[in-house]
Design a protein around this ligand. Sequence first.
Ligand SMILES: Nc1ncnc2c1ncn2[C@@H]1O[C@H](COP(=O)(O)OP(=O)(O)OP(=O)(O)O)[C@@H](O)[C@H]1O
Ligand SMILES: [Mg+2]
Length: 291
Amino acid sequence: MDGPEQVRARLEETGYLVDDGLAIACFLALRLHRPVFCEGDAGVGKTALASALAEALGAPLIRLQCHEGIDASQALYDWDFPRQLLHLRAAEAAGVKDAERLERELYDRRFLVARPLLKALQTQPSVLLVDEIDRADDEFEAFLLEVLSEFQVTIPELGTLRAEVPPVVVLTSNRTREVHDALKRRCLYHWFDHPGFARELAIVRRRLPEVSARLAEQVTALVQALRAEDLLKPPGVAETLDWARALDALGASEVDAELAVATLGSVLKYREDTDRARGLDFAAVLAARGA
Ligand SMILES: Nc1ncnc2c1ncn2[C@@H]1O[C@H](COP(=O)(O)OP(=O)(O)OP(=O)(O)O)[C@@H](O)[C@H]1O
Ligand SMILES: [Mg+2]
């Protein structure tokens, strides 16, 4: 792609709307083959960016979901132990005695199980999503840094495998802990803010064309107002979409204060937040939007 504008246009075609900062980050990631490190609150579109990029590039999305205790055998590769065992038994039954030959056979590529990182190195082009890296531990982070620095891995039994074209890499973090500077240094960083009214409305309209324009506008205004309250978990774009979907499913083409309060469960997921939200003057927010 020629420049940030083209990246923006291609992402928009997939239904994903970006601001200038993110369009530039994505363009540079593609041009310089650098991973994009996406940090921000829940539900602001970090994971969706990777799917949108994959769709825009016509490349498969390969996802590595991080969790506590994740290790190289889950992320990179593993050996298919049951099949190796079967092969061993068959070889024994056939009277094969040559131990060296057996070992060579056991660590043949056909018994290699490629996990997401290896798959991404072997699939060209591809988009690799390393989702929620903050959930993994330090050791895994260091390991990931190594893979992402060289876009190559060494499998002792097989040698070094290198990606001819590095995958496009999107890393996401909810910032439950700080990710080390060494990893960040390899990446382009983008902080995902909650979108402003106009962009969020555009996202709702784009994602949910079936929802009435008026309802979309009202829901967006209400969510923007809720975010200004001091909530434990401010709603993300995901919740705005859920709320609009829920109201639409109830047959509403617009919302009043009473219906908004009755359906708050679509948007706020903590009792304390629901209590606090009741203090918000929903009617006034709607009135400001000409409701
Ligand atoms: N800029 C955007 N354009 C279009 N849709 C968006 C945008 N931002 C978010 N969305 C939509 O909002 C929803 C939530 O996004 P997503 O799951 O990517 O959030 P996230 O930041 O990964 O959240 P979490 O931290 O909880 O994993 C998705 O349905 C996504 O399509
Ligand atoms: Mg996510």
